[in-house]
Design a binder for this molecule. Structure first.
Ligand SMILES: *[C@@H]1O[C@H](CO)[C@@H](O)[C@H](O)[C@H]1NC(C)=O
Ligand SMILES: *[C@@H]1O[C@H](CO)[C@@H](O)[C@H](O)[C@H]1NC(C)=O
Ligand SMILES: *[C@@H]1O[C@H](CO)[C@@H](O)[C@H](O)[C@H]1NC(C)=O
Length: 427
């Protein structure tokens, strides 16, 4: 009897402690940005982020409207149909062709949500819910202490995980819409509504939400965020989706402008077709045919002295690896420049423009956009994909509606895998 009572008391004390720890962690997170590991899945060339309790990976979807998690426990929290969150979830995000929910006849109305698999485009309806996330606060140099919080997201049937990296439990949508992770972090953690994303080509890359400095190890370590914030470029608004669109005025190979028809890069503000958009679910930059062929042919001519190899799908132009020399910024080939709004150029050296596909073969790492690509749902002209974003620090400011890019970090002798994930001291 007394034993039972004391263990009950111990349990109560433990619970109280857990609540205390929980709240102190939440309070400690106020105003402090958070950091999470981003990994590349070798078999799908997609990226996951460890932001869920237990480090369970979620697919990174820059253009994704919200967070979803497969196989929610039963029962799980629901979100009432009449609530601000439900307005955000169900009015904004029902993709075309997504099935309507089976409304239950009994109990309180559960807010429906429409989780979509961004890789194959399948979509389902399920319950909106709250999902517990965990990450570390950061000073931009190290993780400092863990924080946990609940974000609004959606449940999803397990079958929606097909075509995602093995082990991924759902999708982390990082778009510009109200229920995306950066926007929810901004209000939950009282941090700036901006984030930094550094996709790795191997090892652990990094994402920092909430602003602040961003440091990578190098000799000596480099802080990159301040300079990037001084050089922002405007994001363009898409009328129907929350993707990160930006302006391209042309493409050059070896400082020679590639001849493309007038207006091919323009985003039509009414219909939403055209424009350039970042996508983490497109492994290699995809170009509409009227941009792909002029670029591919210009690159072909600029590299005519390099021995060719048999094509390896999905690529159309491949070289013998032995015919290429390697520099600090990848294979020594003609560089490609994306000419951006405001006269700035984003240079893509060999590490960004080519990819080694097997021991003997290196290919031109761009593909022609297929109309069946799910990311092409609103028909952009350019989908800037993962390979071209790798080892670049990208910063997105959702309030100022700007982005900034570092250029290939190999050029300054560091990579996205050089964040120092050793726990720092938080004083
Ligand atoms: C916090 O960082 C430490 C050190 O890198 C890591 O072991 C731990 O898993 C992180 N915690 C969370 C919740 O991400
Ligand atoms: C950008 O690239 C184009 C084409 O190579 C070149 O003409 C232009 O001078 C470059 N602009 C800057 C600012 O480097
Ligand atoms: C990584 O951070 C830890 C904690 O601040 C520090 O002790 C260590 O020297 C750092 N590692 C490198 C390689 O700078």
């Amino acid at each position: 009897m007394s034993l039972r009572r004391s263990s009950a008391a111990a349990l109560a004390a433990l619970l109280a402690l857990a609540v205390l720890l929980g709240t102190s962690a939440d309070d400690g997170g106020q105003g402090q940005p958070i950091v999470a590991r981003v990994s590349k899945d070798a078999s799908t060339s997609l990226y996951t982020i460890a932001i869920k309790v237990g480090g369970v990976p979620l697919l990174v979807d820059l253009a994704g409207p919200m967070l979803w998690l497969a196989n929610c426990p039963t029962p799980h929290r629901i979100i009432p149909c009449v609530s601000h969150d439900c307005d955000d979830v169900s009015t904004t995000y029902r993709p075309p062709g997504c099935p309507k929910p089976n409304l239950r006849g009994d109990g309180p109305c559960a807010c429906p949500a429409y989780p979509r698999n961004p890789v194959d485009g399948r979509c389902r309806s399920d319950d909106a819910t709250t999902i517990t996330l965990a990450a570390n606060a950061t000073d931009g140099q190290n993780p400092l202490y863990p924080v946990t919080f609940r974000a609004v997201g959606s449940c999803a049937p397990g079958e929606l995980l097909e075509s995602l990296p093995a082990g991924a439990a759902g999708v982390a949508g990082l778009s510009r819409l109200p229920l995306s992770l950066p926007t929810q972090f901004a209000s939950l953690l009282k941090v700036a509504n901006e984030f930094a994303l550094c996709l790795p080509s191997g090892g652990d890359g990094v994402a920092v939400f909430g602003g602040g400095p961003f440091q990578l190890l190098a000799a000596p370590p480099v802080e990159l965020a301040e300079r990037l914030r001084e050089n922002p470029l405007p994001l363009l608004k898409h009328p129907y989706n929350g993707g990160y669109y930006f302006g391209i005025t042309g493409i050059a190979v070896n400082q020679q402008r590639v001849p493309t028809p007038d207006g091919v890069f323009d985003l039509d503000a009414g219909s939403g077709t055209g424009g350039a958009v970042f996508s983490t679910v497109t492994p290699y930059t995809a170009l509409r045919w009227d941009i792909y062929w002029p670029l591919r042919n210009a690159f072909d001519v600029a590299t005519s002295g390099i021995a060719r190899a048999d094509k390896v799908a999905p690529f159309d132009l491949c070289y013998q690896a032995s015919a290429l020399t390697v520099t600090r910024v990848g294979y020594a080939v003609a560089s490609i420049e994306l000419m951006l709004d405001g006269g700035r150029n984003w240079t893509l050296p060999g590490a960004s423009s080519l990819v080694q596909v097997n021991d003997n073969t290196v290919c031109f790492a761009f593909v022609q956009m297929a109309s069946s690509m799910p990311a092409a749902i609103d028909s952009p002209a350019v989908i800037l994909g993962g390979h071209q974003m790798e080892n670049n620090l990208l910063m997105f400011d959702l309030v100022k509606e700007t982005f900034a890019f570092s250029g290939l970090l190999l050029g300054i002798r560091t990579t996205c895998s050089n964040f120092n994930f050793t726990m720092g001291s938080s004083y």
